[in-house]
Write a protein that binds this ligand. Structure first.
Ligand SMILES: Nc1ncnc2c1ncn2[C@@H]1O[C@H](COP(=O)(O)OP(=O)(O)OP(=O)(O)O)[C@@H](O)[C@H]1O
Ligand SMILES: [Mg+2]
Length: 261
């Protein structure tokens, strides 16, 4: 976990880490659709950035470009001072450095929970089996599913599976964690158990990009809110400022829809 001292959103204090993820004038099209338009975004070490915006605004695509699940047409993306690798082992390492948790849990169905968390460590990080298993059990305990280690994903609740997915990403010692609507497929009673794990991660200094509609999480954990619409970053601000005083009409309109329902 990052050792860089960061002031978490206390009285709006800015984080102190150096730039970790840097998107510079990034553009991407899907055919005629200009899905990412002139995106400039810097995420500092230890920073928690919540990305919000209407459906189809490009939030998922933005996340996916950061670990190169999607390529970009122009501009550049760097992580820890280096451009994203194109292919091969370097790309596998990037995917380990950039942990990703999706809406759907994406665990290997035919492997036990423990095996799900061991696998990437032994294959990509070349960690020996004993060390990998020890680490997996520690992480599963940390996210509150240690007792489920020998079960298969289908035997777990959605909230438990999502916490396993988080443990699996953490097992790779990622530099940054991307969460794309990690709680939106969960039953209401399971949302908080996942958000609490994410809150703890944020407090521990993990660098995080989180696409979510959970505004309580944004208010309490985020250093910054980034608001997207139509493939652009329309505005970004510290959460209290964004929620109490959004500047753009698009953000005001969006907030009135999600906060008054
Ligand atoms: N592989 C693809 N091929 C073609 N179009 C795509 C592809 N993936 C996404 N799109 C389109 O790009 C736009 C942005 O999609 P994206 O999934 O990034 O939006 P989003 O902000 O995550 O939306 P949501 O809130 O619904 O998850 C949408 O219009 C979508 O239909
Ligand atoms: Mg999406």
């Amino acid at each position: 976990m990052s050792e860089v001292p960061v002031t978490k959103n206390a009285g709006g204090a800015a984080p102190t880490g150096d730039p970790l993820v840097v998107l510079d004038n990034v553009n991407k099209h899907f055919g005629a659709l200009h899905v990412l338009q002139d995106i400039d975004l810097t995420i500092r070490r230890g920073e928690v950035v919540v990305v919000i915006g209407p459906s189809g605004s490009g939030k998922s695509t933005l996340c996916r470009t950061i670990n190169r699940l999607e390529t970009i047409d122009s501009g550049s993306i760097g992580i820890d001072g280096r451009p994203l690798p194109q292919e091969g082992r370097e790309l596998a390492r990037l995917r380990a450095d950039v942990g990703m948790v999706f809406q759907s849990f994406n665990l290997f169905a035919h492997k036990t929970v423990l095996e799900n968390v061991v696998l990437g460590q032994t294959k990509v990080r070349r960690t020996d089996r004993t060390t990998a298993e020890k680490k997996a059990r520690t992480l599963l305990d940390r996210v509150g599913v240690g007792a489920q280690a020998e079960k298969y994903p289908a035997q777990l609740s959605g909230g438990q599976q999502q916490r396993v997915a988080i443990a699996r990403a953490l097992a790779m010692d990622p530099k940054v964690m991307l969460f794309d609507e990690p709680t939106s497929a969960l039953d209401p009673e399971m949302i908080n158990e996942v958000l609490e794990v994410m809150q703890q991660l944020a407090r521990d200094g993990m660098t995080m990009v989180v696409v979510t509609h959970e505004m309580g999480f944004a208010r309490s954990a985020a250093n910054r809110v980034v608001f997207m619409a139509d493939g652009r970053i329309i505005e970004e601000a510290e959460p209290n400022q964004f929620f109490s005083n959004p500047r753009s009409d698009r953000a005001k309109d969006f907030l009135s829809k999600i906060l008054h329902h």
